[in-house]
Design a protein around this ligand. Structure first.
Ligand code: MEV
Length: 438
């Protein structure tokens, strides 16, 4: 069991490691070495990473990869992806190559509205609360002018504030449901600062409102926080091509391929067990771009899955159909992304990733990210309905298994060659390594 420690965050990095190794690793020096191996030799860069969060003792690396050949709205992109899963980048690159000769991907942002709420308790007459709210609404908005000034210059700001009566669900529960535009910022800090200001203004104004009884004057703020459910910060990406331009694979004609593809998406539309995995595959592509560009993948994940259940049943985020011999495949997904603020100007690799994408604005990044998700889903379904997922996956996983066995470069070369024509399974790889080493 981990011992209780107080003042841990105040210890120096070496003392934190010393404590950790003493209490959890039996004073093993190798543990210290592993942690230190991942320190950056550039002290300044390391300090930057140390200061991102509390109690940093090392860095946790993810591969930073690129997927070239993406044609999006007629422009060519090489997409940065931070992800550890073996076959994801390969699948994205393959899908990009396939669609670049078929008109490429198209994408459009449908809306960019973000939401935040002040949740509060009010005990009294709802009609009086409504009258009060309408009487203070413009002052409520004006009270944030010191926060909104800069955002307004950049094209964002407060869109609206609504009073919502939720007292039929929880006694005396009401909300200020607030909508925002945040231009090229993800906007969490901006939204939360506005909300806290609204909350403050609301309680003060209520306590001075003459028409309220003493109980009504006493509004209690429960919390003020942005929502990661952003169904109105929405982007759509799509591809289409004549059915005849789709692959012929083995026994499958292009038409049979298209029909099987559409059927696979239909299954994810109606069957939640499949939909979750289907969407997980989409998020492989989306999260990788979100991480590489310094955005918050937990927020994106939460919002995407909530959106997938918006009609009361969890379903696929993509759609596919055949119409007049044309195959159509599309995604619609909420993506509250930013290209300024947060990590975007702090993390050197994030800056590099954004540069690689031509320093896009937030809308463009939404389009690129949605395309990465669609491409990933195309790659996954393509494999699933033809060879199965394991063939490509295990080919990419081969290197992980070889590394587990500390294969030398020569061994790797020979075994990669061997598995070009043989099926990769864990046991077969082990057997072949042993054979080589005998
Ligand atoms: C694996 O990370 C993702 C897939 O399972 C997605 C899918 O099944 O569509 C291959």
């Amino acid at each position: 069991m981990s011992p209780v420690v107080s003042g841990f965050s105040k210890l120096s990095k070496s003392d934190k490691i010393k404590w950790l190794v003493e209490h959890h690793f039996n004073n093993d020096q190798n543990t210290v070495d592993i942690l230190k191996t991942y320190w950056n030799s550039d002290d300044k860069l390391q300090q930057l990473h140390d200061e991102f969060t509390e109690n940093t003792i090392s860095n946790y690396y993810l591969p930073f990869s690129v997927a070239p050949n993406f044609l999006i709205n007629g422009e060519r992109y090489t997409i940065p992806m931070a992800i550890e899963e073996s076959s994801v980048v390969a699948a994205a690159s393959k899908a990009a190559k396939f669609w670049q000769n078929r008109g490429g991907f198209k994408a459009e942002v449908l809306s960019t509205v973000k939401v935040g709420q002040v949740h509060f308790t009010y005990t009294g007459d709802t009609e009086k609360l409504k009258t009060f709210f309408h009487s203070i609404k413009s002052e409520l908005i004006a009270s944030t002018s010191h926060i909104t000034k800069n955002m307004e210059k950049r094209g964002g700001g407060i869109v609206d504030i609504e009073l919502r009566d939720k007292s039929s669900e929880i006694e005396n529960y009401y909300q200020l449901h607030c909508t925002f535009g945040t231009a090229d910022a993800m906007g969490a800090n901006f939204i939360n600062s506005c909300l806290e200001q609204f909350a403050d203004f609301l309680t003060k104004a209520a306590s001075n409102y003459n028409d309220f009884s003493e109980a009504e004057k006493n509004i209690e703020i429960i919390m003020s926080i942005l929502s990661n459910y952003v169904p109105e910060c929405l982007v759509r990406a799509y591809v289409s091509c004549p059915v005849n331009d789709l692959p012929k694979v083995g026994e499958l004609s292009s038409l049979q391929y298209a029909e099987k593809f559409v059927r696979a998406v239909q299954i994810a539309k109606v069957e939640p067990y499949r939909a979750v995995t289907h969407n997980k595959g989409i998020m492989n592509g989306i999260d990788a771009v979100v991480l590489a560009t310094g955005n918050d993948f937990r927020a994106i994940e939460a919002g995407a899955h909530a959106y997938a259940s918006k009609d009361g049943k969890y379903t696929s985020l993509t759609d596919a159909k055949i119409e007049d011999d044309i195959f159509h495949f599309s995604i619609q997904i909420p993506l509250a992304l930013g290209t300024v603020g947060g990590l975007t100007s702090l993390h050197p690799l994030v800056k590099l990733a954004l540069h690689l994408l031509g320093n896009p604005n937030a809308k463009k990044l939404m389009e690129i990210t949605a395309v990465a998700g669609l491409a990933q889903n195309f790659g996954a379904i393509n494999s699933l309905i033809t060879t199965g997922i394991q063939q490509g996956h295990m080919k990419m996983h081969l290197m992980n298994i070889l590394n587990q066995f500390q294969a030398t470069n020569e061994e790797k070369e020979q075994l990669v060659d061997y598995f070009k024509t043989n099926t990769v399974t864990h046991s077969e790889v082990v057997q072949q390594i042993e054979k080589l080493r005998r």
